[in-house]
Design a protein around this ligand. Structure first.
Ligand code: IFM
Length: 503
């Protein structure tokens, strides 16, 4: 999903042209072409060998998101979300798939908790559908929506599974989008009200919260690239939505803390370590810019009250930053959630073009996926060292914060054999190696409290529809039958033993 971020610069250029912005382009200096290639990278396999025990109390979890699994898109007073609208628009989703039914988890949540129990996991990350709580994004809470999540939380607690709740995993009420969505400052206020409702409804039982899932992804893909809901393609919308989302992040944080001072609050950021393609100064600069865009665009405002230094060229007026705003974006998060799948190779855009003068609010950097490791069925490079590099960098740069790995996983479309078993050996290898890399980062000083495999179930993979299966449990979308894959059994053993062994 996040890989399409690699089209970032191209899309900025495309969108800029569409906006009729000046075409006073020049090739960037310092093209990577003439530079020495970066030294061969460490092998992706270096983390395989060891057998590692994790600290007592480590959270072994799995993750899902409302629109991707719940279905029941218009039941019990739920309003339309931007994803309902987007998926119902012909041509937006592969094979015309929608999340109308998805995994039907709205009705089958007991089965899903049974799966988590069968894997002996002690943490479940799920998200709340905002329009299930407030159909049009404001006003009193819909009691049927609240009841659904309340029952889910009670059942998790009864099964001794920690509920880890994401307040926003991309399903904005359509009514708010119609009023400007994330580009409208009012949406930050609406979001804060919604968070307050949820803190009151569940805060007596839920201690761990995430404000957003991957703000960088939904702002970029939804407002600039247009491949996700709401499908906008505009530089200005992208910049404005960035700032409103940062204000909403801190507003939501304050609302939660006001209602539940002991709550632990973070955000799940999509992250990817950015390596320079060569050892040229231009590529190193590009890698730092890529890091800022990819990893700290929504983290720096929260923790340091500023946008990343590497992007200091962005004009405040285009982002509609008002006096005093950057103080407002501060939110001293209790933990940093990291969603990580792959690494990024950054280079200075040699033959690319960039704006001159006032419109230089484009990020002159090219981002590609690594090519050395094996690929998942989604085409994403498997590179365990990415997790080690990212976790150790965040540990270094932010003074050893508490970290939760809120997502990592891989799409392999292995199906049942004649006996109905799903032998997804490659998924086992993925998690084994990423966990070994994580263990090494922890041994080197990172304070990591949990790991959440994406995902509990095969589910609706956004613009890819049901064509990419990430689950530890297989879902037959015709019958809704769930079957734990070999990887789910293996992961359950890891959780039970609190240890990852060699292959
Ligand atoms: O399915 C998504 C999830 O919603 C957010 N993180 C990445 C996953 C895989 O693309």
């Amino acid at each position: 999903m996040r890989l399409s971020r690699r089209k970032f610069v191209q899309s900025i250029l495309g969108a800029s042209a569409a906006l009729g912005l000046p075409a006073a382009f020049s090739a960037c200096s310092g093209s990577s072409k003439a530079s020495t290639p970066a030294p061969a990278r460490d092998s992706a396999l270096q983390f395989q060998a060891a057998s590692t025990t994790f600290p007592k109390g480590f959270f072994w979890g799995t993750a899902t998101a409302s629109y991707q699994i719940e279905g029941a898109w218009n039941e019990d007073g739920k309003g339309e979300s931007i994803w309902d609208r987007f998926a119902h628009t012909p041509g937006k989703i592969k094979n015309g798939d929608t999340g109308d039914v998805a995994c039907d988890s709205y009705h089958r949540w007991r089965e899903d908790i049974a799966l988590i129990r069968a894997m002996n996991l002690n943490s479940y990350r799920f998200s709340i559908s905002w329009p299930r709580i407030q159909a049009s994004g404001s006003g009193a809470a819909n009691s049927k929506g609240v009841d659904y999540y309340s029952r889910l939380v009670d059942a998790l607690l009864e099964a001794r599974i920690r509920p880890l709740v994401t307040l926003y995993h991309w399903d904005l009420p359509q009514a708010l989008e119609d009023a400007g969505g994330w580009t409208n400052r009012d949406t930050a206020g609406r979001f804060t009200d919604y968070v307050q409702l949820m803190a009151q409804a569940l805060g007596d039982r839920v201690a761990d919260w995430m404000i957003f899932n991957e703000p960088d992804a939904f702002v970029d893909l939804g407002h600039l690239e247009g491949t996700h809901a709401p499908g906008r393609q505009s530089i200005l919308d992208f910049l404005r939505a960035t700032h409103v989302v940062n204000l909403a992040q801190s507003g939501g944080f304050r609302a939660l803390k006001a209602a539940r001072p002991s709550a632990r609050v973070g955000t799940a950021f999509s992250m990817s370590p950015c390596e320079p393609a060569t050892d040229s100064e231009a590529d190193k600069l590009a890698a730092e810019r890529a890091h800022a865009i990819t990893n700290t665009w929504f983290l720096e405002p929260a923790l340091r009250g500023r946008y990343p230094d590497a992007l200091a060229f962005l004009p405040e007026t285009a982002m509609r930053i008002k006096a005093g705003d950057m103080e407002k974006t501060r939110a001293p998060l209790d933990f940093i959630g990291i969603n990580l799948y792959y690494r990024t190779i950054a280079s200075a855009p040699g033959t690319m073009e960039r704006f001159s003068h006032a419109q230089e609010w484009l990020f002159p950097v090219k981002m590609d996926g690594g090519q050395q490791g094996p690929k998942t069925d989604f085409g994403w490079e498997v590179w365990p060292k990415a997790l080690y590099d990212m976790v150790t960098r965040i540990t270094r740069d932010y003074n050893r914060p508490v970290i939760e790995i809120t997502e990592s996983g891989c799409s392999y479309n292995d199906g049942p054999d004649a006996s109905g078993a799903i032998h997804d050996r490659r998924r086992i290898e993925y998690h084994r190696q990423y966990l070994a890399a994580l263990a090494r980062a922890m041994a080197d000083g990172a304070d990591v409290r949990g790991y959440h495999a994406w995902s509990l179930l095969d589910n609706f993979e956004w613009a890819e529809g049901f064509s990419q299966r990430f689950g530890l449990a297989y879902v037959d979308f015709k019958t809704q039958q769930r079957t734990i894959k070999d990887s789910g059994r293996w992961y359950g053993k890891v959780a039970t033993e609190n240890r990852v062994g060699p292959a």
